[in-house]
Design a protein around this ligand. Structure first.
Ligand SMILES: *Cc1c(COP(=O)(O)O)cnc(C)c1O
Length: 188
């Protein structure tokens, strides 16, 4: 059986580290060529979708890579909107399988919908729209740079205590993940 899709995670939940989507795309291209498959990639950019464009604009992780067919990003994380708004973008209309779209004849006209529930408040979408207009590219960039700086200061403070191992990476989601050193590693 062939693999239906390979998912790359941009911003691991545990450490904020990002997977190398470009390398994955290259390896998968080779694999597809060898096997005759046509396996695409989905990028789970829940955390980093709103970070990478501002802090790492040259990083290749989205539709620039030919096998990336869809990307999800959480508006309620670094999109700076309260829960629950998330986005998913497909490269082309036909990359979203037709059988996942429900067609509902509502008030006399066809309404295609791809959601799990029907009636739903729109406040988060309005809030996301507001943030886009209010902050713009520059605003998001300033906030993300500030987050990165805060993470750096926090990491340095935690390192100074000598009690913890830092497990997050410098490049990635601006967060600090750390574990307690076992007693043999403690400096006295
Ligand atoms: C947060 C997160 C999710 C879940 O996203 P929601 O928008 O909260 O549903 C999925 N994958 C990763 C990598 C995440 O960080």
């Amino acid at each position: 059986m062939r693999t239906p899709s390979v998912v790359a995670i941009l911003g691991s939940t545990l450490t904020g580290e990002f997977e190398d989507v470009k390398l994955m795309n290259e390896l998968l291209t080779k694999k597809n060529k060898k096997t005759g498959w046509n396996t695409p990639t989905h990028v789970d950019a829940a955390s980093r979708g709103f970070i990478a464009p501002f802090l790492y604009p040259d990083l290749e992780w989205y539709f620039r890579l030919p096998l990336v067919k869809s990307i999800n990003v959480s508006g309620h994380k670094y999109g700076l909107v309260y829960p629950c708004v998330g986005w998913v973008v497909w490269r082309r209309k036909d990359d979203l399988p037709e059988e996942l779209v429900f067609h509902i004849n509502y008030l006399g006209s066809d309404q295609p919908t791809f959601t799990l529930n029907f009636s739903k408040g729109s406040s988060q979408i309005i809030a996301q729209f507001y943030q886009f207009i209010r902050l713009g590219t520059e605003g998001y960039k300033n906030i993300m740079e500030n987050c990165r700086e805060n993470a750096r200061i926090l990491r340095e403070g935690i390192e100074k205590t000598s009690q913890f191992n830092i497990v997050s990476k410098d490049a990635g989601v601006p967060l600090v993940a750390f574990s307690l050193k076992d007693s043999s590693q403690h400096s006295v």
